[in-house]
Write a protein that binds this ligand. Structure first.
Ligand code: BES
Ligand code: MN
Ligand code: ZN
Length: 512
């Protein structure tokens, strides 16, 4: 899809459809006249007044000279003084999707009413509009035969910003485009079925992307993983016919000698649960159990194009959790790369095992300024926060607060959860140092995070449990059903705005 920006509101641009995000305060006289009174009539009948989530379309009368699109799609964004980027993102996504279903192949998005009040800057408007359009229109239908009713893709979007600064709007659209490209790439990986993305396949995909984007890429195969004594990772992969992989992508700005920031992602390409096998109902969703790794790879794609000033390493740890005669048994004890021994009482708590080795490896090999891991780690996190919110844990107040704010800004919502020492206590083993599950049923997301904390010790760290928002079965404005790519934009934004973390005094809130 080609994106561009123009001065003015874009009404004079030739396109199949005009998408118009509209506030409740909009003075609609001129647009109403253009639409032959259609808008005024909707407002009077209260069928469309610009409230958030409202949508309406109107055919532009033939011979109309002030607007060169055939259809106008009106999308509500609510009150002008309550405007935020998320409202713009959602409105532009819904508007673009409606335009596509009306048969449009090109659209103009008029942002003049969005930037008018100054609540959202031209740059924010451009970025969130580009994200909304691009992420809203995403679809994967390559596995389906050609549907004669399928509407063509929209291949061109022009953004008009009224009197706003064209340079700021253009910068925003550029960044939003790159954010969406990383997110869509993550979605593409998540939506690939597990028979086509076993760890070596997924590693090869990451390698191909890295080559294209100019990122340094290292793929550790099972021999190298054995040599590094990553026995926790190997224990998870043992029951599968496909070997594990650990992929490292590195971005370094020219001349920079700074320590990198690190992203680490859980890449279980399918999670049967192992010998502690999952019930079969819904197990097909476990094809998305590599969403953490996908988010890291997607973020690295965006980072490669955004070129932030800080070096970034992305680590994706890949294994398939299967069942065969060599599979790990409940009760087995393994020694993780860090030297810590772990009793495996439940082979379905595999994410924390692969992350234990990935975190230790990242920490010791790259000495990062901070580590952020993303993982579809626990069903318990969904019990706590629902299926649209990420659970956040962390050991550094400043890093936690940055990620929390980025969650609000990007619409990938996160909520801070505790790492009280009691959770760590609950993860002590009887025969080994740690056990991979706690003895009690409650607080499963917290005890899982406490297990990981052990392996991130000494480095400012945030853990994001994305089990809920990693995929969706219902259609949300800019999240069609399937993998969502949640977290990609948080990570890419964090890298873009990176400042050295201040040294923390004492322990982080919620960890003592
Ligand atoms: N991948 C699952 C977590 C998950 C569940 C993600 C539902 C998305 C949707 C993870 O590996 C897992 O199985 N966790 C167990 C942990 C338990 C055995 C302590 C869980 O949450 O039940
Ligand atoms: Mn599992
Ligand atoms: Zn899992």
């Amino acid at each position: 899809m080609r994106f561009s920006v123009v001065a003015g509101n874009g009404f004079d641009q030739k396109a199949d459809a005009l998408v118009f995000p509209m506030t409740e305060d909009f003075q609609h006289d001129r647009l109403d006249k253009i639409l032959g009174g259609a808008l005024g009539s909707m407002v009077r009948r209260k069928t469309f007044v610009g409230k958030r989530g409202q949508i309406a379309s109107a055919i532009v009368p033939k011979g109309e000279r002030d607007l060169r699109s055939g259809v106008v799609v009106l999308v509500g964004v609510g009150k002008a003084d309550e405007l935020d980027p998320e409202a713009v993102r959602k409105a532009c996504a819904s508007g673009a999707r409606r335009a596509r279903s009306e048969g449009a192949k090109s659209i103009v998005v008029a942002l003049n009413d969005i930037v008018r009040g100054g609540e959202v800057s031209a740059r924010q408007a451009g970025q969130s509009a580009a994200e909304g359009v691009s992420l809203g229109l995403y679809r994967m239908d390559k596995y389906k035969k050609k549907d004669p009713d399928r509407k063509a893709d929209i291949n061109e979007a022009v953004f008009g910003g009224g009197r706003a600064s064209l340079a700021a709007l253009r910068k925003g659209v550029e960044i939003g485009t790159i954010m969406s490209e990383g997110t869509s790439y993550a979605r593409e990986l998540i939506n690939t079925p597990s028979n086509e993305k076993r760890p070596p396949d997924l590693a090869a995909m990451a390698q191909r992307m890295a080559r294209k984007e100019g990122l340094r890429c290292t793929v550790l195969d099972e021999k190298q993983i054995q040599k590094l004594k990553m026995d926790a990772l190997l224990a998870v992969a043992r029951g599968s016919g496909a070997p594990p992989r650990l992929v490292v992508l590195e971005y370094r700005p020219r001349g920079s000698k700074a320590n990198p920031i690190a992203f680490v992602g859980k890449g279980i390409t399918f999670d049967t649960g192992g010998i502690s096998i999952k019930p079969s109902g819904g197990m097909e969703n476990m094809t998305t159990d590599m969403s953490g790794a996908a988010a890291v790879l997607g973020a690295m794609l965006s980072v490669a194009r955004l070129k932030p000033r800080v070096p970034v390493v992305g680590v994706a740890v890949m294994a398939e959790n299967m069942v065969d005669g060599n599979a790990t048994r409940p009760g087995d004890i393994v020694r993780a790369m860090s030297g810590t021994t772990v009793e495996i009482h439940n082979t379905d708590a595999e994410g924390r095992l692969v992350l234990a080795d990935a975190l230790h490896y990242t920490k010791t090999k790259y000495k990062p300024q901070c580590m952020i891991d993303l993982a579809t780690l626990t069903g318990a996190c969904m019990v706590a926060l629902g299926d649209k919110v990420t659970g956040m844990y962390g050991t550094d107040d400043e890093l936690i607060s940055r990620v929390r704010n980025l969650g609000e800004e990007t619409g990938d919502r996160v909520w801070h959860m505790p790492l009280f020492p009691e959770y760590g206590e609950a993860m002590k083993g009887k025969l080994a140092d740690l056990c991979n599950i706690s003895g009690v049923r409650w607080g499963g997301a917290n005890t899982a995070a406490a297990f990981l904390q052990h392996f991130a010790e000494g480095t400012p760290w945030v853990h994001l449990d994305i089990a809920g928002p990693s995929h969706t079965s219902s259609s949300q404005p800019y999240r069609p059903p399937g993998g969502t790519g949640v977290g990609v934009r948080i990570l890419a934004e964090l890298a873009m705005g990176w400042k050295k973390l201040p040294k923390q005094k004492g322990k982080a809130f919620g960890t003592k």
